[in-house]
Design a protein around this ligand. Structure first.
Ligand code: NDP
Length: 265
């Protein structure tokens, strides 16, 4: 088989650990693949760049997942439902779109037991893709966002939604930071006065931002709450993407083992 080329598109993209993870797994599993990163400023040009680079597949990160959705010729049922694509696979000249973020998140929180109710902080693309899959898995999910517009889609899908102003205090088993607060600027995703009692009453605090102790995780830790950053989600969505890139030729356990080692480098 000829060498196959993959890339991650995003802005910013320099921080991404996906090349490390995928290249390590290609090497460990003996698959002829190479994975690079591509800083894409203009999301509408995603398809053009993908084809010009003659890629066999790609991952797409912030802020281009909706553009990736529109760039594909074919979508799997879940990607179509959530309107966001983070994985593209090319077969001949057809681009197939998938979303592995949400199933990756579901796997990532599996280690926390006795969790029933979850509060999402944030209402962006990742939250929109993840909320229904958690609900289907039996979790109760409410959404809290700093502003109202993005909450509309969740309310229409039947989720209970709040802004900081309309929030009615109640307890949740798990609090998840689904915002990008903490990625660049060191801010909490919600006012501390609102967040601290919620965290104190919870059993777990999970952040989707990876590779750093965000203000959200630091606050949770200071209150004695078990925490997890976004690395496990990154790993799990990567395993599912690799499985698609390599056309299911390896077991997901073998991919996960290799990627976990790659992430530790
Ligand atoms: P979007 O841009 O679609 O949404 C961002 C959300 O965060 C919005 O609800 C926005 O609120 C809110 N927000 C942004 N900044 C702040 C702030 N300072 N305070 C409070 N709320 C804020 O982003 P995505 O959903 O695509 O991504 C969210 C995060 O998830 C990113 O950090 C991304 O890196 C991470 N991610 C991690 C993955 C992993 O594998 N670990 C996989 C996928 C995503 P508003 O509506 O008011 O603007």
């Amino acid at each position: 088989m000829n060498k196959r080329l993959f890339a991650i598109f995003g802005d910013p993209v320099a921080h991404s650990k996906s090349p490390l993870m995928h290249n390590y797994a290609f090497e460990a599993l003996g698959y002829p693949g190479c994975y690079t990163r591509y800083l894409l400023k203009e999301g509408t040009q995603l398809r053009e760049h993908f084809l010009a680079l003659q890629l066999d597949g790609a991952n797409i990160t912030v802020p281009h997942k909706e553009h990736a959705y529109r760039a594909c010729d074919e979508l799997d049922d879940f990607a179509r439902k959530v309107g966001a694509v983070n994985t593209i696979v090319r077969k001949e000249n057809t681009l197939y779109g998938y979303n592995t973020d949400a199933p990756g998140f579901l796997k990532a929180i599996a280690r926390f037991k006795a969790i029933r109710s979850i509060l999402f902080l944030g209402a962006g693309g990742t939250a929109l893709a993840t909320a229904p899959i958690l609900q289907d898995a039996g979790y109760e999910v409410d959404i809290l966002n700093r502003s109202a517009p993005r909450l509309k889609a969740f309310a229409e899908a039947g989720f209970q939604t709040f802004t900081f102003e309309t929030f009615e205090a109640q307890n949740y088993d798990m609090i998840v930071n689904m915002t990008s607060a903490g990625l660049k600027e060191q801010t909490l995703p919600a006012p501390e006065a609102l967040l601290a009692p919620l965290l104190k009453a919870s059993k777990a605090a999970v952040d989707v931002v990876y590779g750093k102790r965000t203000p959200f995780l630091r606050l949770a830790e200071s209150l004695g709450v078990p925490t997890q950053d976004g690395s496990e989600m990154l790993l799990q969505q990567g395993v599912l993407a690799f499985d698609l890139f390599s056309e299911h030729r390896f077991s997901c356990e073998a991919i996960e083992e290799a990627m976990r080692k790659g992430l530790r480098l």
